[in-house]
Design a protein around this ligand. Sequence first.
Ligand code: UT7
Length: 329
Amino acid sequence: MHKIHAAITAVDAYVPDYILTNHELEGMVDTNDEWITTRTGIKERRILKGEGLGTSYMAVHAVNGLLKKRGIDASEIDLIVFCTSTPDYIFPASANVLADKIGAVNAWGFDLQAACSGFVFGLTTGAQFIESGKHKKVLVVGGDKMSSIINYKDRTTCIIFGDGCGAVLLEPNYEGYGVVDSILKSDGSGAPFLHLKAGGSVKPASHESVDAAEHAVHQEGKAVFKFAVTNMADVSAEIMEKNNLTPEDIAWLVPHQANKRIIDATANRMGVGSDKVMVNIERYGNTTNGTIPLCLWEWESKLKKGDNIILAAFGGGFTWGSVFLKWAY
Ligand code: UT7
């Protein structure tokens, strides 16, 4: 009996229509296109407008597209792993909300919270249920409505983040395609540098917390940058070494899109040329859990069966990790 690998067999995504450009941000905070472009690589990001629309709204679009592409019904889904830092509610889980909206009547599910590393954590988690033989169809969704937790008066964060959501389907593969390996790490001492101060059980919402904008992302950018640039590069090099991969063996690097300079440093460390690196940060900014599936979605037509792909992420917490997979179609 061959080992079961968890292969991605379909991918789709959704980004909202509204485009928030650097130019528009110049009218909102003291910033300019040149600063944003050179420091981050971002030109524009998408914003989900509309009363009562949360992250699951985007996930419904992404997953319905995926199901159509794969030609399967939502009732065939066994499990939904919804990776998000901006769930519709603290509870119930957005996985449940999504299951109800798409008609995944036979699925169970849960939300996974690992900030910007959520998708690599979620993919690894979902893969376990395929590899063990427990499930045949697992949806891994990664998405965030970051605009719901951004203070648009804080120029250090509002220029970075955007809204978007992607999803992949994992199914068993018996030919060696799919997720081969992953390295996941976390360091809770990084929490003060990137977090939401209020809204959790430590500091529930109050008039004071709202007035102090403590329900919005707090980031000490320089400190996070230092950790991100080292750890994302290290964990990507580590997974190459562990699997005896040379730069020539790698078809694509799919990095979390937080900062073009962090992406470049990771690619340099791996010895991978820019022609093999998926980058769309200029159009979507940092969509947190959405960045990696949005890349897979945009590059899907260029991917070939057997391509060696490295996913890499770094996020709040701190959390970071890499996944090595062989593309299955
Ligand atoms: O995805 C999860 C993980 N997150 C990350 O990986 C983010 C990591 N951090 C970063 O990407 C970068 O640190 C930022 C893009 C957030 C900031 O870039 P930086 O090169 O580290 O800039 P800085 O924070 O050191 O600020 C440099 C200067 C400061 O002014 P002074 O003190 O030198 O006078 C800031 O006040 O730039 C100023 N500044 C701005 N100027 C224009 C900060 N934000 C802006 C802005 N527009 N939006």
